[in-house]
Design a protein around this ligand. Sequence first.
Ligand code: SAH
Length: 211
Amino acid sequence: MNSDREDLVNHLKTRGITDQAVLDAVGKVERQLFVPDVIKHHAYKDVALPIGHGQTISQPYTVAFMTQALRVKKDSKILEIGTGSGYQAAILHSMGAKVFSIERFYEIYTKTQKLFDDLGIRVALRCGDGTIGWEEFAPYDGIIVTAGGPNIPDKLRNQLAVGGVMVIPVGDRRSQTINILTKVDEDNFEIIEVPDFAFVPLIGRDGWKEV
Ligand code: SAH
């Protein structure tokens, strides 16, 4: 493992990430490939970084925390809302998940699609409003939303498999609580809430309206 990534993995351990599969993925995926050239020297700092269009690549701790909460297994079918740089999707892919990811910005979607093509990473990408999910491939074993909205979209609840986990930040525009939902049966969810995260806004039919 490259020493910058090794330092990052050790840092994540001290912050309480214990899932070895998640730590291995952070140790493997080259985050510098997912950040703009001019800030590559910051790639292994535990901070969110700008990726253009007012969007960010999430902080590594947040990626690791959410991925650990998802309880990914090999061949799990995972839906991600908010492809962004593709880093989170690449982490899930490197853990053996089948990843479906939606991004609303066309320019970000095409850039990340090209990056995945260049790297030979097979993730299904779509450009559109992720608050309505991706019905065609539902149900999903896991759903991860990497932008913060005002509530939990019904369509995403419906597209989660029974026994599956959804990880989604919910709050106001400034600060959000990560909700970890386990679908117990068709109508019931167990919810764990972890406060004090900051995501870019989830904008769409069942999210915030355009700024
Ligand atoms: N997972 C990304 C995080 C990017 S930030 C990464 O690893 O880099 C969140 C992304 O969600 C932004 O690119 C933003 O454009 C996108 N987004 C916001 N609302 C969305 C929606 N309704 N559907 C799909 N993508 C959305």
